[in-house]
Ligand binder design. Sequence first.
Ligand SMILES: C[S@@+](CC[C@H](N)C(=O)[O-])C[C@H]1O[C@@H](n2cnc3c(N)ncnc32)[C@H](O)[C@@H]1O
Length: 253
Amino acid sequence: MALGNALYDEKLASVYDRMYPIGHDTDQAVEFVAALTPPGGSVLELGVGTGRIAVPLAERGFAVHGVDGSEAMLAELARRDPRGAVTTQFGDFTAEGTGRTFDTVTLMLNTFFVAITKEQQLGCLELVRRQLSPGGRFVLEAFDPAPYHTMEKPDFSVRHLDERAVMLDTLTVDRSLQLMVSTHTIIDGGAPETREHVLRYAFPFEIDLLAELSGLRLVERTEDWAGNPYTASSLRHVSVYERASEASGAEAR
Ligand SMILES: C[S@@+](CC[C@H](N)C(=O)[O-])C[C@H]1O[C@@H](n2cnc3c(N)ncnc32)[C@H](O)[C@@H]1O
């Protein structure tokens, strides 16, 4: 694996579904991807994790394939999906493609930012374009970095996991590199354990530019899965891209 800065090991995999419980937002994300994909079409989720989105999509008849660089997360997905409705692949999506094309490719929950240089982000988007079928769509969900980019001091918060477990989160930003270092300390009765993740955040217009350099073109951007408009006060975005060759009518590269 070329990148290990934001992989979820066994400890994080064991609490992941409590960090991001299935809720209204998840249901709306599933609806959004389902509406974008032809009936029974193919979906590739990069950084598929425990299958929070992938499994419900597969249950709706889509052919879903997931890539993840964490065996522990893929094991959690297999537990959620004992009949193997989602096909999975262990790998680094920033470094290698699947060799196949899909109607829809998704990168949820800021997972794009695991590529920690602009060159890696560019390479990742080029791989996405190569894995998109003609007429296919790429969906990227990410936070808007503006509030983090201006952070003067490290931030600290506590997340409730369940009645006996909490997670202490710290966040430090180096704006000269657009890097965000977060630590997650799990307190669940045993010895506290800390994991560190590094992300390179990028602004929406910067992602659009990298996408354009990769042969992708923005089709629409909303602030959430419900389709609310993306505005100056939006704290995240859901962005949909297509292959630029489709837009211009030129030959696919
Ligand atoms: C925040 S989780 C998102 C999981 C899932 N997409 C969801 O929406 O619940 C990010 C996932 O990406 C995986 N990941 C991080 N870096 C990766 C890489 N370079 N290649 C493949 N998977 C990676 C992690 O192991 C983790 O499962």
